[in-house]
Ligand binder design. Structure first.
Ligand SMILES: C[S@@+](CC[C@H](N)C(=O)[O-])C[C@H]1O[C@@H](n2cnc3c(N)ncnc32)[C@H](O)[C@@H]1O
Length: 411
């Protein structure tokens, strides 16, 4: 287990910067349309995030929206993926296949090319499926300009479509499922129930499934439901979860916390920031919810999800909603956690003026949601998505009044 959202290294930054002249070259915007680009970005943003969509299913087939997607949304999504992917344990070997659903302009292969240069010379087959041919074609042209040993196959079709070839070592669905929540009356849970088995069937037995969504509450709920569904099929969460016990953030209730991460965007190309500001969408932070699920752990018995009885973790994990086992952590046992929230002040306002200031931060663990408590420097020093372990005895009996989370004192 590692920290998530590591800073970009120099070659990735350079490749990201180079994406812009490449887009200009491949998809030049004629003068009168160029001035409209920020407006088109703003319009597409409204359409992509509105609950009652005015967009039709083939919205990326419309020239102005396609251009907005290519010059704005795709680079932002590549940036977000480049912050995530290097931290995930994704091993691909010669002859492996990657199936990317709702691939759009092949955002996932482009990001993988940028942030995993070690994969470029490995012969891999990418099957990129989308319902809109124009956006797939655009992606194919971009990938042709990025030298590699990869075979790129684009497939025009709908989610659920049969995909020729052997099961994939990696199945991905990036920023696609939220469209299904908006497009249909099905909520996140129903969508997860329907598509969990589809994703699992597309993946090789030893394969991985990666789902990335915007960091909005409904996506958090979807990710949690998908995690539960994949667990019931024997696919164990690898990240961001540190455990296979019930998810403490099912996010079903309005106003409830949901699983997502936020990180700063200082490293994103200036050209992208400029376009964001021009579109009235300045982006100081990027957010996402995601899940990487793998094959079963040794000793895992399908059907025990939520009550996870895993090899070496025999204790019952509690029920969905309460999540985590309520009992103490066994002596000598370490408790792993993943930092979720930003830091926030603890205590009443009257005590804020007194030094030292105590801050809190929520984290996820096999004991459910925990509240990390400590002095400002210590708590602020943890990065978003950081992974850490404490001794089981550090888990206090005391609980956070607001959330009910058990407290860990980090000194
Ligand atoms: C927001 S874009 C994401 C594209 C790309 N994965 C990315 O992260 O930039 C969503 C894509 O999913 C596609 N899509 C939505 N619903 C689909 C469905 N039911 N079947 C196939 N593709 C779908 C859309 O055409 C669009 O290209």
């Amino acid at each position: 287990m590692t920290n998530l959202f590591l800073p970009l290294n120099e070659p990735v930054r350079t490749d990201l910067e180079r994406l812009f002249p490449l887009l200009e070259q491949l998809f030049p915007i004629p003068g009168r349309f160029r001035a409209r680009l920020p407006q088109d970005v703003a319009e597409l943003s409204r359409q992509l995030t509105s609950e009652r969509p005015r967009r039709d299913a083939g919205y990326l087939g419309q020239k102005a929206l396609l251009s907005a997607y290519l010059h704005y949304f795709m680079p932002w999504n590549v940036f977000r993926l480049c912050r995530l992917l290097p931290a995930l344990d994704i091993e691909l070997n010669a002859g492996d296949a990657v199936t990317d659903l709702g691939s759009g302009p092949l955002t996932l292969p482009i990001a993988l090319w940028m942030c995993r240069p070690d994969l470029r010379e490995i012969p891999l087959e990418f099957r990129c499926l989308d319902r809109t041919a124009a956006i797939l074609d655009a992606g194919k042209r971009i990938m042709q300009a990025l030298p590699s040993q990869w075979k790129i196959r684009t497939i025009r079709g709908s989610l659920g479509e049969r995909i020729e070839g052997k099961p994939a070592k990696l199945v991905t669905a990036i920023n696609v499922f939220n469209e299904l929540f908006w497009d249909t009356h099905d909520g996140p849970r129903l969508v997860a129930e329907r598509y969990g088995p589809v994703l699992s069937a597309l993946a090789a037995e030893e394969g991985l499934i990666l789902i990335v969504e915007p960091g909005i509450p409904r996506s958090g709920e979807f990710i949690s439901a998908m995690r539960e569904g994949l667990l019931s099929l024997g696919r164990v969460p690898r990240a961001p979860c540190t455990h296979s016990a019930a998810c403490p953030l099912p996010g079903e209730r309005r106003g409830a916390k949901w699983c997502h991460f936020a990180f700063d965007t200082d490293e994103a190309p200036e050209a992208l920031h400029r376009l964001s500001r021009a579109a009235g969408l300045p982006k100081e932070r990027a957010t996402m919810s995601f899940l990487l699920a793998g094959p079963p752990l040794r000793g895992f018995r399908p059907g025990t999800a939520g009550k996870a009885e895993l090899a070496g973790k025999a204790e019952p994990a509690g029920t969905a909603g309460s999540a985590g086992s309520a009992g103490p952590v066994a002596i000598g046992h370490k408790l792993a956690f993943r930092v979720l929230s930003d830091p926030f002040p603890l205590g009443d306002k009257a005590t804020f003026s007194r030094e030292p200031l105590l801050l809190g931060r929520y984290a996820c663990s096999e004991k459910g949601l925990v509240l990390l408590r400590g002095q400002a420097g210590r708590i602020q020093g943890l990065a978003a998505g950081a992974y850490a372990e404490v001794q089981g005895r550090d888990l206090q009996r005391e609980r956070d009044k607001k959330s009910g989370a058990q407290i860990i004192n980090l000194m």
